[in-house]
Ligand binder design. Structure first.
Ligand SMILES: [Fe+2]
Length: 138
């Protein structure tokens, strides 16, 4: 899809509005995910799935905080996928890739249930950025 990265970045920004910390976090994770993909020449890695999962991996945070006043890995995994599915549907993203992105978002804070290279890369990128930020979960 043309200008895919920009389209998903707009979904991210529109969703988080002026929560610049979350927007910056997602952009940093995407940057590291791209670097890891390039460096390791990860075979079979789908670029669009990796970009969408990186930018939208924490998309459940806002709903969790609205509903409960907090967020954690579990609530991110619970609330993120349906929101990502809707947002990606709005830009006409491939349904099979969307399903994969949602599975990744729903599994990015727990032991991997899927043998997806994009999930592995996202977890590594998120870990690096969280470490740099000095936080465990964002
Ligand atoms: Fe994160």
């Amino acid at each position: 899809m043309e200008y895919f990265k920009g389209k998903v970045a707009k979904l991210l920004v529109d969703h988080f509005c002026d929560d610049f910390r979350r927007i910056t976090h997602a952009l940093d994770v995407m940057k590291h995910a791209e670097r890891i993909m390039d460096e390791k020449e990860k075979e079979g890695c789908d670029y669009e799935v990796l970009i969408a999962a990186s930018l939208l991996h924490d998309i459940g945070i806002k709903k969790s905080e609205e509903l409960h006043g907090f967020n954690n890995g579990k609530t991110q995994e619970e609330y993120g996928p349906p929101i990502a599915e809707q947002l990606l549907g709005n830009i006409g993203f491939d349904p099979d890739k969307t399903r994969r992105v949602c599975e990744i978002i729903g599994n990015h804070h727990s032991q991997s249930r899927y043998d997806y290279i994009e999930l592995e890369i996202l977890k590594e990128a998120d870990r690096i950025v969280n470490m740099m930020e000095g936080n465990q979960i964002r």
